[in-house]
Unconditional design. Sequence first.
Lengths: 110, 113
Amino acid sequence: AQSVTQPDIHITVSEGASLELRCNYSYGATPYLFWYVQSPGQGLQLLLKYFSGDTLVQGIKGFEAEFKRSQSSFNLRKPSVHWSDAAEYFCAVGRYKLSFGAGTTVTVRA
Amino acid sequence: SQTIHQWPATLVQPVGSPLSLECTVEGTSNPNLYWYRQAAGRGLQLLFYSVGIGQISSEVPQNLSASRPQDRQFILSSKKLLLSDSGFYLCAWSAGTGEETQYFGPGTRLLVL
């Protein structure tokens, strides 16, 4: 069975500081991995995805994620957060059927 | 480019009333379509997915049903709503070509009273 764990429910970070969101997955084969962002009351926007190849993936809005098979992780990073990055972030695994983590809410303080 | 629409955006319904939520996709053909529910403070739960007209797979037993009457139209329905049906319903599509990145619509907020 496939599953995703996002250990951090809520993270507060200062504007301009770096951000890292953790994601651990369970999947029987080579995983398809995704990070989505959701602003309040909105749908999900795709930040980046990993299917194969280079394990460091670049996405939109300055985000990147690194796939580490040995650790079953796909952590999301951003070097310098902006106030507009305040949102909920979801990690997902799967191909035709996605399993989502419970999400991490990011608060950005001035 | 592809666009996904959902309506209504918000809906308040009494317990026991019927439900119909609609999702349409533009700019693509033969997409895979998905319905998810997001309960407050929780992740997304896949409810139904469809790989073609009239082909519906249900992921969890529940009070809801789905139909796909046209290639790019996906409908979520209920004959009698329960309080537990409240939530945020998201429709998504993927290309159905093997590259299965899912793209989400704006969602429908359903409150059952």
